[in-house]
Each structure stands twice: as C-alpha cells, then as structure tokens.
Ligand binder design. Structure first.
Ligand SMILES: Cc1cc2nc3c(=O)[nH]c(=O)nc-3n(C[C@H](O)[C@H](O)[C@H](O)COP(=O)(O)O)c2cc1C
Length: 395
C-alpha cells in the first residue's frame, strides 16, 4: 500500500484485495475490492477517516509510517462494520492519544464488537464539525446506507465527501480515480444492488444530502475515488428512482427441461412484444449477478419444477434473496411444471412479502409444455406487456 494524493493535505491509503472472492460469505467479488482509509492533515491536528479490514491493518500502519505520519489525533469511524472499523484497535495501540470520532449508534456498535475503550470516543451529532486547523470536517448522518449507524464525513475546504460504503464499488485497481467509467459503473451497480437496494428510499435521501455538498471528489471506502462525482450521482439517481425499464428477469431452474422449455417460450413471446427478457439459471447462483439484473427490471417471473410439493430449493433461495433485496419491480409471476400436484405458485409468492408488485396469473403445466401451456404463456406475455385487459384492470 502507498499513500496516494487527492489534494495537498488529503491522502488516500487503499488496501487492495486482489484475491478476495467472497464478501460477507455471500457476495461474489469478480473484481476483488479495496478498503480505503483517508488521511486529512490540518495545521494543528491530523485525522484518519475509516480504517481497513483487520488482515490489512499491518499494511496500513506500514504505509502511514512510510508517509511520515507519527501522530494521529482523530480516527473518524463512518460505519462500525469490521471492514472499516476493525483496525481501530491496532491503530489505537500505535497512536494511543487518538480519539475515535463517531455518532452514538456507531459508537455503540464498535463497543459491541471491538476491544475499544469507552473513553476513547468523541461522540458527534448530525451536522457537527471538527476543526483541524484550517481544515474542517463536518459529519452528516445517513442512516441505512447500509446500517443504522452510517454517516458521511465532508472535508469542507477541499470539498471531499467521504461516503464509506455509500457510492462505493468492489473493484481492485491501483488507479486512485474512477477513470474507466464503464467498468466502475458495473462494479458500482453490483455494489448498489447487493448492499443499498434494500434501503432504496434511504439511499435516495443520502444521495440528496451528498449532492447538496457539491463535492469536487466523492471518496468511498471501497473502490476508486470519483473526481467526476456526476458519474456516480447520475447512476444512483436512476437506480434509486421509481422508474423501471421494460425488462423481465426470469430466475429459473429445471431438472428435466420442462420448465426450461417454458422459459424459452416466454422469452420468445416477450421478444415478439418488444419486451426484453433475461433468464437467470439459479443453480450455482452468482447472487450479485441476480441482484444487478433486478435493479430496474419491470417484472420478475419465477420458474421452477415442483419438488416435494413446492419450489425447487435453488429457486426458493433465489426468491428469499430477491425478497430481501426488495427491488422496485412492478409485476411478478410464477410458472413451472409438476408431475402430479403441488402448490408451487402460492408457495413462491408467500416468499415475497416485501415486493410491492402486482401478482400475475401463474402458468403451470403437467410435464412438458403442451398446446394450452403455449397459449397460457402468450397470455402471460400479454399481461407483462400490459396488452391484456383483465377484469381487475377493467373494473
Ligand atoms: C425430487 C423430485 C421431487 C418431486 N416432487 C414433486 C411433487 O411434490 N409434486 C409434483 O407434482 N411433482 C413432483 N416432481 C415431479 C416434477 O415436478 C416433474 O417431473 C416436472 O415436470 C419436472 O420439471 P422439469 O422438467 O422442469 O425439471 C418431483 C420430481 C423430483 C425429481
């Protein structure tokens, strides 16, 4: 790790994790990640904003020493999760005079999970600021992006917003700034989908707060720094809005191809109607890819064979994940195959209480799709495309 300069007095210390494959034992990291810590030097005091994942603590300490940092007055904790706050104990051991600056909730979480003395904290409230001598840090609570404790720190004179997880991306790169915008957009979308989408309303509020600072830089604690913040602001404005696009995501599994044939038929009927379709085989699922696919999809159709009277367990797992992510999808439907009987559609819909979506009529077939199944699938495609007047819609 090396110190990288954002402005004369503000340095970035980014621990690059090229090899990490899975985050939180859940989220695949196709591009690795970084844990970013930032140093702000005032005339009188020096503050470190966020730390790094504990296995990277030694790297951070070595890089701070190499940059000639022999005193830390403050460690600002924007969020208690260990990938950002986990190295606070190691840093306090090296700089025992430093105070941990954070809000009351974050302090509580740190005390619950890390060996940090209660007296080490300075507790701030929303809008408070800290004078480092010619450099001011202001603190702004942004709850639920993505824990209740999350906040953003703003370097007032240099106009840098330190947003921690918010506006971040899992992307390992030596480049300090987000120059490959296409690549950053994909990584940021994956990150938003997995981490922020369940709290879309809070993300929209936090976005307004950060945009109002009119920052020159947005410096998250994963991924590159945005020196053109409009890129990430525009992306988040779209993702957090109520707008959907005509895209049907079809999470599916099929043991003997009956359900797979139904999926293929639905894809064709949707394509004929000018609606984009994206089947996602959920066996051996990349949860991040599925999450990304549903960020602004208008419809989700769950497709599964009947297994032990209900959905295939892989499809059930995908439905549980999608429910937890709470996408803004407007319509949902279930289709599938059975051998004798079962209540697959009801069971799948029961897994989706958080989705505020219209539930369309299901399509079920005994064994392989037959003539009437083909008609039912065309009817489902009409329902999705809004081409069929139902009794409910006519009333
Ligand atoms: C392990 C297993 C359990 C099954 N359980 C049921 C069931 O409870 N009810 C039912 O109607 N069919 C059941 N079936 C039959 C399948 O639902 C049926 O063969 C279906 O057509 C398979 O669809 P697919 O070709 O998309 O895999 C089961 C099949 C398997 C292999």
């Amino acid at each position: 790790m090396i110190a990288q300069r954002i402005t004369d007095d503000i340095l970035s210390f980014r621990a690059i994790d090229w090899d990490r494959k899975l985050f939180d034992e859940l989220v695949p990291l196709p591009e690795g990640t970084t844990y970013n810590s930032y140093l702000v030097r005032g005339r009188d005091k020096t503050a470190l904003i966020d730390t790094v994942y504990p296995p990277k603590a030694e790297e951070l300490i070595a890089a701070l020493k190499a940059a000639g940092i022999d005193r830390l007055d403050y460690i600002v904790a924007n969020h208690a999760e260990q990938d950002h706050s986990g190295s606070i104990p190691a840093l306090l051991a090296l700089f025992p005079e430093a105070k941990v600056v954070t809000n009351a909730k974050c302090k509580r979480f740190i005390l619950d999970t890390l060996p940090v003395d209660r007296d080490a904290f300075v507790t701030i409230r929303d809008g408070d600021s800290l004078d480092l001598g010619g450099k001011t840090l202001s603190f702004h609570l942004t709850p639920w992006v993505h824990w209740p404790d999350t906040m953003v720190t703003f370097a007032v004179e240099d106009r840098i917003a330190f947003t921690c997880d918010f506006l971040g991306a899992h992307l390992a790169t030596t480049g300090l700034f987000a120059r490959d915008e296409a690549q950053v957009a994909i990584s940021a979308k994956r990150y938003y989908a997995e981490i922020m989408m369940p709290y879309r309303g809070f993300s929209a509020e936090a976005l307004q707060k950060v945009e109002a600072f009119d920052p020159l830089f947005v410096a998250p604690s994963h991924g590159p720094v945005h020196d053109r913040p409009a890129l990430i602001f525009d992306l988040y404005r779209g993702w957090t809005s109520d707008e959907v696009r005509p895209l049907v995501v079809i999470p599916y599994v099929s043991m003997y191809e009956s359900t797979a044939k139904m999926v293929a038929l639905l894809v064709d009927r949707l394509t004929e109607r000018g609606v984009a379709a994206q089947p996602v085989n959920v066996v051996d699922l990349d949860s991040g890819a599925l999450a990304m696919s549903i960020v602004d999809a208008s419809t989700i159709v769950f497709a599964s064979p009947t297994v032990l009277s209900g959905p295939h367990p892989s499809l059930a797992a995908a439905a549980i994940l999608i429910n937890a992510l709470a996408p803004k999808t407007r319509k949902v439907a279930v289709m599938g195959s059975f051998g004798w009987e079962g209540s697959l559609p009801d069971q799948v819909i029961a897994l989706l209480p958080r989705l505020k979506a219209e539930v369309l009529e299901p399509v079920m077939t005994k064994g392989l799709p037959r003539e009437e199944t083909i008609e039912d699938i065309a009817r489902l495609a009409d329902d999705i495309a809004g081409l069929r007047i139902t009794d409910a819609a006519a009333a």
